[in-house]
Design a protein around this ligand. Sequence first.
Ligand code: ASP
Length: 326
Amino acid sequence: MFDRFWGILVSLVIATLGGSQVLAQQYPTKVITMVVPFSAGGPTDTVARLLSHAMGATLKQQIIVENVAGAGGTIAPARVAKATPDGYTILIHHIGMSTAPALYRKLPYKPLEEFEPIGLINEVPMTFVARKDFPPKDPKELIAYVKANKDKVTYANAGLGAASHLCGMLFMSAIQTDLTTVPYKGTGPAMNDLLGGQVDFMCDQTTNTTSQIKAGKIKVYAVTTKTRVPSLPNVPTLQESGLTNFEVSIWHGLYGPKGTPKPVIATLTKALQVALKDATVKRRFAELGTEPVAEKRATPDALRSHLKSEIEKWGPIIKKAGVYAD
Ligand code: ASP
């Protein structure tokens, strides 16, 4: 009798408040999945694993990382766009959210319309790195060597739409050369091949390259930011090496599918902000040469407007480069 009374009362409250509001107040009551658009072991995966651990501690729920790699990082957003918008499936993605609309004629999702932004995460420089025995000794030699040997030099990337693709595309256009690119499902596996000497060079985030550079297992030529990176103080910028207009820095953001209740998004944003101040996250980010964004940028509005301005920035550059996927 008593149980029945409570059952009716709960149903009445749900009916009054609206089911999704009640669910949002209880959120999260089960495991959350964070979908990563690239293979395990790469830079996006590294950020996802640090973040999911710290956010999970705040939310008192486990966040599992699922790698849905392929097609330059476009399969994962397509999947998350169609997921139930209840906060239990979220997406981590990088600058590729803003470059894919110009690269893909048939992109199966609309970055600005089919997601609820949760917040920006970090900004991260890229590095030009090569297998240890790659002949060029410095950035100037790299440029000359690549131009002179364009038919045999191989450039690894994570497919059309990946940051490693964007960086390579900008580099080739800056030095007016085409190279043979070798696409992987993420720069985690690409790094394994670079270490094994099966591929010559790539441009990848410091989150994936710093430990290999410091261990002397790969060669580093330059960073892609305007200024040198504190964790790699001896590595010159590409601008110092003569490519004066070359600058690219990667950012990551967190998204839910469109329609995720606002209170759920707010809970995730708060957990993201707490994670970005977590001592372990901050220490690992610093070691890996990346910086968490300031709290006011780890918000839905900041991510929405950043995404919009990045789409507007990269669209014309990519169109001019004439690179498309069908
Ligand atoms: N984020 C990397 C890229 O865009 C790929 C990866 O995370 O594995 O190249």
